[in-house]
Design a protein around this ligand. Structure first.
Ligand code: NAD
Length: 247
């Protein structure tokens, strides 16, 4: 049986990088996408040496053309696309009373539109190729719970939740599953803003273990969701948060 093919955005760091490692370990051929070419190429090199069949395609997910190119390139190189992991994201920190409009727009463009573009481009190709694939979107506990100082981030992650539900409903007839993952606090560079605000300790305490999650733990959930055994999970966002949103 030929190996499955997964595209992972934001694969140059954190959750995306850990997922690329997990997926190649699990036998996937992986297309790494990131706007940061240096880090993307480093991960490509690392995984090639370790075991994997991987390629890196520099992609800014806030550009529909670039996301379409990413999907086209995937099919050109590996012949198909089975999994699309729309994971790239950025954090924002700011005040509602003094909004930074550039930051606001950028956050929505990457975190919300980037996921939409991944859903659009991947599903179109999956339908064209008659692939019953899986689309996974990275949401956040902040798509469920309010938090101070991260207005645009909250809005974008709330949108990811609803886009996941809606896309699952519309794409179900083609056998495409659309699911989400809502991590709690994960020890990656994106939470630097929280560190700067001095909010890291209170964030840690929100987890049952009292610690941040590791990116590998979220990668494990993403891998699990690609399994045919997870067929009943569709249109929902799985909490990968060590209880963060529960209490
Ligand atoms: P990270 O900063 O380690 O990784 C994010 C990656 O996305 C980086 O490699 C970055 O270069 C890339 N990226 C940023 N903008 C991009 C763009 N326009 N196009 C393509 N790539 C782009 O952070 P992470 O924690 O691994 O974040 C991954 C996802 O997990 C994000 O969607 C984030 O919102 C979500 N998330 C993270 C946490 C956390 O606490 N770390 C919690 C909940 C959700």
């Amino acid at each position: 049986m030929s190996k499955k093919v997964a595209v992972i955005t934001g694969a140059g760091s954190g959750i995306g990088k850990a997922t690329a490692d997990k997926f190649t370990e699990g036998g996937f051929r992986v297309v790494l996408a990131d706007v940061d070419e240096t880090r993307g190429k480093e991960v490509e090199q690392e995984l090639k040496e370790k075991r994997g069949e991987v390629i890196f395609v520099k992609t800014d997910v806030s550009s529909y053309e670039q996301v379409q190119h990413l999907v086209d390139k995937t099919v050109e190189v590996y012949g198909t696309i089975d999994v699309m992991f729309n994971n790239a994201g950025i954090g924002d920190v700011g005040s509602i009373l003094e909004p930074d409009l550039d930051m606001y727009h950028k956050t929505i463009e990457v975190n919300q539109h980037g996921v939409s573009y991944g859903i659009f481009a991947a599903s179109k190709k999956m339908v064209e190729l008659k692939v019953e694939g899986v689309i996974i979107n990275t949401a956040s506990v902040f798509g469920y719970m309010a938090s101070r100082g991260t207005f645009a981030y909250q809005a974008s992650k709330g949108a990811v939740r609803m886009m996941t539900q809606t896309a699952a409903l519309e794409l179900g007839e083609y056998g495409i599953r659309v699911v989400g993952i809502a991590p709690g606090g994960v020890d990656t560079p994106i939470i630097q803003g929280y560190k700067d605000m001095g909010a890291l300790e209170s964030m840690k305490r929100k987890h049952i273990r009292g610690e941040l999650l590791q990116p590998e733990e979220v990668a494990g959930v993403a891998y699990m969701l690609t399994s045919p055994d997870a067929k009943a999970v569709n249109g929902s966002v799985v909490m990968a948060d060590d209880g963060y949103a529960s209490f």
